[in-house]
Design a protein around this ligand. Sequence first.
Ligand SMILES: Nc1ncnc2c1ncn2[C@@H]1O[C@H](COP(=O)(O)OP(=O)(O)OP(=O)(O)O)[C@@H](O)[C@H]1O
Ligand SMILES: [Mg+2]
Length: 293
Amino acid sequence: MNLHDLGGADGDAAGGRAVEPGSGSVPVARTAVELAGVAKTYRRRGVETHALASVDLAIREGEFLAIVGPSGCGKSTRLRLVAGLHLASAGEVRIGGRVVDRPQTALGIVFQSPVLLDWRDALDNVLVQVELRGLDPSAYRERALELLDQVGLRDFADRYPHELSGGMRQRVAIARALIHDAPLLLMDEPFGALDALTREQMRLDLEALWLATRKTVLFITHSVDEAVLLADRVVVMTPRPGRIERVLDIGIARPRGLAARRDAAFAEATQQITDLFLARGVLHGAGRTGVSR
Ligand SMILES: Nc1ncnc2c1ncn2[C@@H]1O[C@H](COP(=O)(O)OP(=O)(O)OP(=O)(O)O)[C@@H](O)[C@H]1O
Ligand SMILES: [Mg+2]
């Protein structure tokens, strides 16, 4: 797998700006996505679920932003609000300054579960993304095959979802999110179904892809390590209804690769987030030192 070869292949709008290795900083950029007072309450059969409390958040163009928080705190809800798949109960979501009031097409999205079409093989599942946009799928066939190759599925393009493992299905979904080379990538636990080794490799490849393309990425994860290793900023959420508990700047130099786990900043950031979860009762620590509850 080598995802970083993929981005910007046809000169994407994100610009494919080169980044000095080890610079570790995000170029000063405009706001790509803005949530202003955004809240979401689901109503179902007279029952209300306050999924997301009022949230203000701006994601910069070209930024890699991770959201970490306990199950049910509204992470997927927020991603669906940004994609325009659900509408906010209060407040406003804006992409590039325009209010999101319908499903958005200028973004790639990887859902928490891969949502593949059972009657289409892997290649056609990737191509569905361009078909939905009214584009000619034959013009994207080569790129789709290249994407499948890069996510390690070169020999599986003609396999149907039931012939693929959970991790393979998720990799098809990742290829599908990249096919139209959108400048904004929304990823909801994209590596959740992968085995630990593939997950680590996909993380490395995603960082390389991001460094090569500087897409704006909103990345949701349960994994504190993954959030800190990948993101420029990590948003830590409270339990439901989700509020922003803290936003951490992660100053680890890039590319972070495997070495970042040994960086003092990695240890410090993961400890800070763990402490926040301990203080909130999201985690229950036993016998740790240096943790106040
Ligand atoms: N379509 C829906 N209708 C009603 N309630 C919903 C709907 N989608 C989510 N919820 C509720 O909203 C809350 C937040 O759900 P959400 O899926 O956003 O959480 P999450 O942080 O992504 O959790 P996880 O980490 O387990 O994926 C939950 O209590 C959930 O039951
Ligand atoms: Mg979720």
